[in-house]
Design a protein. Structure first.
Length: 648
């Protein structure tokens, strides 16, 4: 007698022998016992899960002697004929080779005749989705109202290709992939009957390669017996099918979670040199991280996993070294690489890049976490001053970002020394109306803090006309208030307002401009949410129904920040004989607090201003003080960053 392969030799012959499809076999058994047998059934599922086998067993139950019944004798001649494929009343048709209208027309003619020696004439059509649309349509009427002695049983791996009109006329059963544990038990039983010694790691390797298909697992075992003889080990399974050992998968996952790039690349190189299937390696690695994620979020629920005891111990150990967010980011990288793996020219390079990205991805922070850290840092900075320091650390030194410095005492009978201000104060109306002195050389412009640039003369139009010369003052004094109100409500917008300047306030529309150098901020600031915020704050300031518009506009010279070398030094007070000039009428902002300017307005005419310091006398920017600022150092440590550029 010729040799019979294991897949056919150990093919289930009754419902009790079917592995992993109890939801189907139990339903069919109950239908037989309750005499609720339909005229058409559709079995769908992956390959090797038992679709055709269940159809044959169901045919035996229907056509057995004294049937229909679930339990039948093994030596029943009718059942033996069906098992051997020589029954006159059970027709097994291949849908791939009989997919035309002519074959369906012949089926319709033959099904009208009564069965030869059984209760039913049964048609089993395998791969029914291969039938053409015309063949399906020709079968519709017969399938819906067949003769009482005719039963149809369809099997397919792709039910989506079957016409909905066919599906609606059948009872559908979806077969599942068989769990690895059940495959291992069934293979162990077969190996025992065949007299083969095989260890558990080898059985799990076969089940892992079968991917839920019992026929694939049985064919693999048959091939390994021919290759190894009566003793099979895990290394034999791995060498024959190019699989990776479970221990190597665990080691590679540990290298990824530990951030050990050299170890991960060395292990990949070793597997590639040994001829391992890199595509299967990537799939196994992704499956391991999936198990690790499920184990982590389910707090060790092993009922959701199909792993051996050794792998369960490895999962418990590695779950302590990674969070669920880190595992999710690693799986995203591996999933993306798996989708591009088939079209990759160099699969090893793609896998190497995927491993390095996965190692980097485990330490990445979500945008919500970054924003939360920024808010935490701003809160530690101390109110509005801390916000300003965290929002623009690259535009001012630490002293100007944290708190204003007090003005040094002025010499007797001399103009007060200009003070370093963190927030410029508006000039009182009494000081503005003081007669201007004779023209004198203007001192070098003082660099204002980033949160309040020196205003430029722009006009504002409101419902009530402003007096001449006061329009500039109104808009210039309004802009710092808007910046402060909006900045308190949204620290994100506050980081971009130092580069903005007011253009106009006409027809109840406030136009805010960004210099071409900062035109990239428009896309970040100009959106409905921020416009609503500006409108709300303007309404609180007394401007009802005001609108806001952001444009690209070159800032006037008086709104631009001066270059670092143009910053004057105030280490020494100006001589008493050379008092500082009074502020221009149209400036809108004063160079000193109002209480210090009032005596100057009542005294003798102001003296000429001191000449600007020579370039060589301007002290360079103190980079050490900037880099040693605690807030900046903590930000660099938190986000693992480095200072690339520093701008005034």
């Amino acid at each position: 007698m010729s040799y019979q392969v294991i897949a056919r030799k150990y093919r289930p012959q009754r419902f009790a022998d079917v592995v992993g499809q109890e939801h189907v076999t139990r339903t069919l058994g109950n239908a037989i016992e309750q005499s609720r047998i339909a005229h058409a059934y559709l079995f769908s599922g992956p390959r090797g899960t038992g679709k055709t086998t269940i159809a044959r067993i169901f045919a035996k139950c229907l056509n057995c002697t004294d049937g229909p019944k679930v339990e039948f004798a093994e030596d029943d001649p009718r059942c033996e004929e069906i098992a051997e494929g020589r029954s006159l009343d059970v027709y097994e048709i291949d849908g791939a080779s009989n997919n035309g209208v002519d074959q369906v027309r012949e089926l319709r003619e033959t099904c009208q005749y009564a069965p030869a020696n059984a209760p039913y004439k049964i048609y089993i059509i395998d791969e029914v989705h291969m039938l053409s649309t015309a063949a399906f349509n020709a079968l519709l009427k017969t399938l819906e109202e067949p003769p009482e002695h005719v039963k149809f049983m369809f099997a397919t791996t792709d039910p989506e290709k079957v016409l909905p009109t066919i599906l609606s006329r059948c009872q559908r059963f979806d077969l599942r992939r068989i769990p690895a544990g059940l495959i291992v038990e069934h293979l162990a039983m077969i190996a025992k009957q065949e007299g083969v010694t095989i260890d558990d790691p080898a059985l799990y390797a076969i089940a892992r390669g079968a991917d839920g298909g019992m026929r694939d697992a049985e064919s693999t075992l048959d091939q390994l017996i021919s290759f190894c003889g009566n003793t099979i080990q895990e290394s034999d399974v791995l060498s024959v099918f190019g699989l990776t050992a479970r221990g190597q998968i665990v080691d590679m996952a540990g290298a990824i979670l530990g951030g050990d790039v050299p170890a991960a690349l060395a292990l990949l190189d070793e597997l590639a040199k040994n001829g391992k299937d890199l595509s299967r390696l990537l799939s196994d690695l992704l499956a391991h991280f999936r198990n690790l994620l499920v184990y982590s979020v389910s707090r060790g629920d092993m009922g959701l996993l199909e792993v051996s005891e050794a792998e369960a111990a490895a999962l418990a150990e590695q779950a302590q070294s990674a969070s669920a967010d880190a595992l999710t980011r690693v799986m995203e990288v591996l999933s993306d690489s798996e989708g591009r793996f088939r079209d990759a020219t160099s699969k090893k390079i793609l896998l190497e890049v995927a491993l390095m990205k996965a190692i980097q991805g485990r330490q990445a922070m979500s945008i919500d976490a970054v924003l939360g850290k920024l808010q935490e840092l701003r809160g530690e900075g101390g109110g509005a001053a801390g916000n300003a320091g965290a929002a623009a650390p690259m535009r001012q030194n630490a002293g100007a970002a944290s708190a204003p410095k007090p003005s040094p005492p002025a010499a007797p009978k001399a103009a007060p020394e200009p003070a370093k201000l963190s927030t410029p104060a508006p000039l009182p109306r009494a000081a503005v109306e003081t007669p201007a002195p004779a023209p004198t050389p203007a001192p070098a412009p003082v660099a204002a803090p980033a949160s309040a640039p020196t205003p430029a003369p722009v006009s504002e139009t409101s419902s009530a006309p402003a007096p001449a010369g006061g329009a500039d003052l109104d808009l210039n004094s309004l802009w710092p208030r808007i910046v402060d109100a909006v900045g308190r409500a949204s620290p994100f917008i506050r980081t971009y307002l130092p580069e903005a300047h007011p253009v106009s306030f006409e027809k109840n529309v406030l136009t805010i401009g960004f210099d071409p150098e900062f035109s990239g901020h428009l896309g970040l600031v100009s959106n409905p949410k921020n416009q609503t915020l500006f409108q709300t704050k303007l309404k609180e300031l007394g401007f009802r129904d005001a609108q806001v518009k952001f444009i690209e506009s070159e800032a006037p010279d008086r709104w631009k920040r001066p270059e670092p070398e143009a910053e004057p030094s105030f280490d020494e007070a100006p001589p008493a004989s050379e008092p500082a000039p009074a502020a221009p009428v149209d400036s809108g902002l004063a160079a000193a607090p109002p209480q210090e300017l009032a005596p100057a307005a009542e005294s003798a005419p102001p003296a000429p201003a001191p000449p600007p310091p020579a370039p060589e006398e301007i002290p360079p920017m103190d980079m050490g003080e900037f880099k040693n600022d605690p807030l900046i150092k903590k930000a660099l440590e938190t986000f693992r960053g480095q200072i690339v550029d520093v701008r005034q």
